[in-house]
Design a protein around this ligand. Structure first.
Ligand SMILES: Cc1cc2nc3c(=O)[nH]c(=O)nc-3n(C[C@H](O)[C@H](O)[C@H](O)COP(=O)(O)OP(=O)(O)OC[C@H]3O[C@@H](n4cnc5c(N)ncnc54)[C@H](O)[C@@H]3O)c2cc1C
Length: 333
């Protein structure tokens, strides 16, 4: 493997290209579990996510929904599951957020990721793709943007504030219900009817600290005295309403992009990566698991992705340490 220590002529500073046994692309539930399992086996691991937060679909698409089929937990919310998976790897794996992996270069004895990271093996856990939130369609300066959010890491940060939730799907309704425990909430949707669950709408209608504003479209946003004012236009009429908020949550959904996987040299069937029995792709040293892959009979479930992670890590251990007797059971590690 090439040695990557040197002095940057332009930035006049030392740089050391970091070397890992394993790079995991995607910090959804499956990638996070993989990082912990890799650590148990003593692999030096880095995990990437294109977003500023870990968690993939449970964190972004259904943070407050109850998941009933994760082993051991009778019920756990998406966000609680991710919090636990993340806590398991803190200070054990390198977590690289806001980094969408684009380029994988094959070397003689490993891979070079985005010209910056060297790794002996890779596990692709990119799920349905790299997420990007659908943006609030208004002109905003930086100060306004600081108060406009696309997901909620900690609902308590919004306590005792007036929060505007824009959107009509399940995420918008779930966030509104959750925030209503501690904030004044106004939920704004462009249609009269919500797309999300009727039971959530009914719950919101009963709450005194929740105002439902439909059918309204946001037209302009401004900031003064630390408060946002949004001009709302009633659809199909000329009526204008001005609403004030401390913070805004935009729940217009996310776009998932997995086109870049095509440049990594792995075989795909449709949009999914094809794998062999060890979760191996056609490129030796690159494995794939979770919703990024498909095979006959696969179902997109978190528990199954956890199992695939165990198969892939055991295969990687056999590949990297062929001389060692593999310890399969964690009770013996
Ligand atoms: C509404 C809903 C309800 C669900 N309920 C359940 C349930 O009850 N039980 C259950 O088991 N499953 C459920 N699922 C399915 C479950 O969420 C998925 O199977 C699971 O999230 C797959 O995990 P993953 O880690 O493979 O992918 P994802 O969760 O999709 O995560 C992939 C991560 O990879 C990142 N990424 C992608 N490309 C790149 C790149 N190039 N560089 C860096 N990062 C990248 C993304 O940003 C994302 O964070 C549900 C799904 C939905 C939508």
């Amino acid at each position: 493997m090439r040695v990557k220590v040197g002095i940057s002529v332009f930035r006049r500073e030392f740089f050391i290209i970091k070397k890992f046994d394993l790079a995991i692309i995607g910090a959804g539930p499956v990638g996070l579990f993989t990082a912990n399992f890799a650590h148990l086996h003593g692999l030096k691991t880095i995990i990437f996510d294109s977003l500023a937060t870990v968690g993939g679909q449970p964190e972004l698409l259904y943070p407050f929904k109850k998941i009933l089929d994760i082993p051991v937990f009778n019920t756990i919310t998406g966000t609680e599951l991710i919090k636990r998976l993340k806590n398991n790897i803190l200070n054990k794996s390198t977590i690289k957020l806001n980094h969408r992996v684009n380029k994988i270069e094959k070397l003689d004895d490993g891979f070079h990721i985005d010209n910056e990271f060297l790794t002996k093996t890779i596990i692709i856990a990119t799920g349905i793709g790299s997420f990007k939130p659908k943006k609030f369609p208004l002109k905003m300066n930086q100060e306004i943007e600081k108060k406009v959010h696309y997901y909620i890491n900690d609902p308590n940060k919004y306590a005792n504030q007036t929060v505007g939730v824009f959107g009509g799907g399940d995420s918008a309704l779930d966030w509104a219900v959750e925030l209503a425990n501690r904030s004044q909430v106004k939920i704004i949707h462009r249609r009269k009817e919500f797309r999300g669950l009727e039971s959530s709408v009914n719950k919101l209608r009963k709450l005194k600290n929740v105002e439902i504003l439909t059918p309204y479209l946001p037209k302009k946003i401004s900031l003064s005295d630390n408060q946002l004012t949004v001009e709302l236009k009633k659809t199909g009429s000329s009526e204008i309403s001005y609403q004030k908020f401390d913070q805004i949550i935009v729940a217009y959904g996310f776009r998932a992009d997995n086109r870049f996987v095509r440049n990594w040299g792995v075989n795909l069937k449709g949009t999914h990566i094809t794998v062999g029995p060890e979760m191996n792709t056609n490129v030796p040293g690159i494995y794939a698991i979770g919703d990024a892959i498909n095979y006959e009979g696969r179902v997109p479930l978190i528990g199954l992705g956890f199992g695939e992670a165990q198969i892939a890590i055991n295969a990687i251990m056999r590949k990297l340490f062929p001389e060692k007797a593999l310890t399969i059971h964690s009770t013996s590690i």
